[in-house]
Design a protein. Sequence first.
Length: 180
Amino acid sequence: MVHANDRIEVLLDAAAIQERVRALGERIEADYRGKALTVLGVLKGSVFFLADLLRHVQIPLRLDFLRASSYGNKTVSSGIVQLSAVEGAFEGRHVLIVDDILDSGRTLHTIRREIERLSPASVKTCVLVDKKVERAVELEADYRAFEIPNVFIVGYGLDYAEHYRNLPYIAVLSPGGAES
Ligand code: 5GP
Ligand code: MG
């Protein structure tokens, strides 16, 4: 699983992730009970988190997706966020945007602005991991499972150059190759 020269160190094990995700799902279920909820998943990083989370949100909801990406394969974001076309039911609905990680804040800020133009009843954000860094834009997550320091992580949906998404745990990556 680990690619040549890369080093990984487990930060959050599978059991710890499942426990926190369950608790977060139960909170979201309680908060959105009786409301018209649209969950908007951000591809690709959120898919493992989202699938586990929604198993603990047992109320009626719609699930839609969009694709967000920053250019490049590096461990540092380029700052340019590209979004796919936004499709789904948002007008008059309570929208919960779910992403893997909040770092500079640019991704969720960009998505949030797009959704707000579609007359939703409310827009909130939910992330698996909240990185304790200075944001490039003003945005804090409404729901978060974990807070971590400023390290680069992979696993449980999170990639490094499209690898490691399928790790069942989250690990800190020290890339090998030219960067080490
Ligand atoms: P932001 O737009 O908040 O700077 O960053 C959000 C996006 O950057 C995430 O959806 C993710 O794709 C990427 N990202 C930020 N930090 C990490 C990290 O530690 N590991 C991985 N794999 N991706 C990250
Ligand atoms: Mg991402």
